[in-house]
Write a protein that binds this ligand. Structure first.
Ligand code: SF4
Length: 325
């Protein structure tokens, strides 16, 4: 199918966030510093291309620390782990490099603080997502998962003097989460929460950007993997804003029938999708149309970066004091 001249509009910000950038570079540096293989617990970030690329360079992805040879190096993914995973790694004398995003660590710390003060916690998030599993592991006896507003009705009738707080997964839909929070506040008016919300800057910025993109385009393609929470949320936000939207792993998944007579195509990418995949999609359109114009719709400028984990910085001589990090 050959297409007329197309206007491609790219959302900005899109793609890699600071936490993903840090996690991927952590594995790359570990491979450079120690040589292959480097074991990684779970997908370092939720993107098949990133994982496949690191595999070809010597990373071995495992589901459990028990699969890592005793004494070997293991990198923990950006999504964070429960304390029991750290304990399992210590039992096998593994050399741990923890690439948990600092913004996920912040939620773990909030959970620990509330737990120490005897709070019951309601965690808004998606069951079985690695981040949720890790966060719940901080206080398994004191945390209940809330996946949607309907779940709020099924929660216990906590007495009004029950210390109660809510936390959230970092990569949720901003709009949907505010509805769940409103339902929680209606049911438990005394419920507390951390001063700053837990949905991270990258998630909210990419959702705000795709909302604007949906206003000026006829179709929005979101590049990301199906298990990437923030990528799936971008599709939902675009659809809620009134345009057709599809999640694609890369250009090979574009169905030409989606385009039809449309000439204004929006493109964005989830926080774990590398920019080269965006370039692949642009090229796909370039070779199948009478021509393309490319512009960028920037809604906010991002300038966030995180230090690499301390073991990597120490090895690179970027820090000189040992630490338990
Ligand atoms: S999406 Fe947010 S929480 Fe997740 S790695 Fe990126 S910055 Fe960190």
């Amino acid at each position: 199918m050959y297409m007329a001249e197309l206007e491609l509009i790219l959302a900005a910000p899109r793609g890699y966030c600071a936490g993903v950038d840090r996690a991927v570079e952590t594995v790359e540096q570990a491979l450079k510093l120690q040589g292959a293989p480097v074991y990684v617990r779970k997908q370092i970030v939720h993107n098949l291309h990133v994982v496949a690329d690191l595999e070809t360079r010597g990373a071995i992805f495992v589901d459990d620390v028990n699969e890592v040879p005793e004494g070997a190096t293991v990198v923990f993914s950006a999504h964070g782990v429960a304390p029991t995973v750290h304990e399992g790694a210590a039992e096998r004398a593994l050399d741990v490099i923890d690439a948990t995003c600092p913004l996920v660590t912040k939620v773990h710390n909030e959970a620990k603080r509330y737990d120490q003060r005897g709070y019951q916690m309601l965690l808004i998030g998606h069951a079985d997502h690695e981040e949720v599993v890790g966060t719940m592991g901080e206080a398994p006896g004191a945390m209940t998962l809330v996946e949607n507003a309907a779940d709020v009705r099924t929660l216990p009738d906590y007495p009004v003097d029950t210390p109660l707080a809510y936390l959230t997964q970092t990569t949720l839909s901003v709009d949907e989460t505010s509805g769940i929070i409103a339902a929680l506040k209606q049911r438990y008016p005394w419920i507390e929460s951390p001063d700053k919300g837990d949905i991270c800057y990258a998630t909210s910025n990419r959702q705000a950007a795709v909302k604007e993109l949906a206003r000026v385009t006829e179709l929005v393609l979101v590049i990301g993997s199906a298990n990437s929470s923030n990528s799936c949320r971008l599709v939902e936000v675009a659809r809620d804003a009134g345009v057709d939207s599809y999640l694609i792993e890369d250009e090979s998944e574009i169905d030409p029938t989606w385009i039809g007579n449309r000439t204004k195509i929006g493109i964005t990418s989830g926080a774990s999708a590398p920019e080269r995949l965006v370039l692949g999609v642009i090229e796909w359109f370039r070779t199948r149309s009478d021509g393309i114009t490319i512009s960028e719709l920037e809604t906010v400028h991002e300038d966030v970066s995180f230090h690499l984990p301390r073991p990597i910085r120490r090895a690179l001589a970027l820090v000189d004091t040992p630490s338990a990090d």
